[in-house]
Design a binder for this molecule. Structure first.
Ligand SMILES: [Zn+2]
Length: 80
C-alpha cells in the first residue's frame, strides 16, 4: 500500500526535475558520466542517483543495473 501512495508523488517530483529524496534541483546535480550517447548518470547531493535521458529531456531513478554498468565503465579506464 505504501508504495502505491509514494510512487505518483515521486513521479511528480521527477517531472519537475527535482530529487525525490531532498527535492533539490536535478539540473544542478553532479554529472557522474555517460551511460550511453543519450543517457547520463547523475548524483544528487543526497547521494541518490538518477539517469538523465537527453532523448526525452527527463530524469529517471537509476536502476541497480545502470549503476553497476557505470561502475564497470569507471573501472575500465584509469582515474587521472
Ligand atoms: Zn537529493
Amino acid at each position: 500500500m505504501f508504495k502505491k501512495v509514494i510512487t505518483p508523488f515521486q513521479t511528480v517530483l521527477l517531472q519537475k526535475r527535482l530529487c525525490v529524496g531532498c527535492t533539490a534541483s536535478l539540473d544542478k546535480a553532479k554529472r557522474l558520466g555517460k551511460l550511453s550517447e543519450r543517457r547520463e548518470l547523475i548524483e544528487c547531493k543526497c547521494k541518490r542517483r538518477y539517469v538523465y535521458s537527453k532523448e526525452f529531456n527527463e530524469y529517471q531513478r537509476a536502476t541497480f543495473q545502470e549503476e553497476q554498468q557505470f561502475l564497470r565503465e569507471l573501472n575500465k579506464r584509469p582515474l587521472l
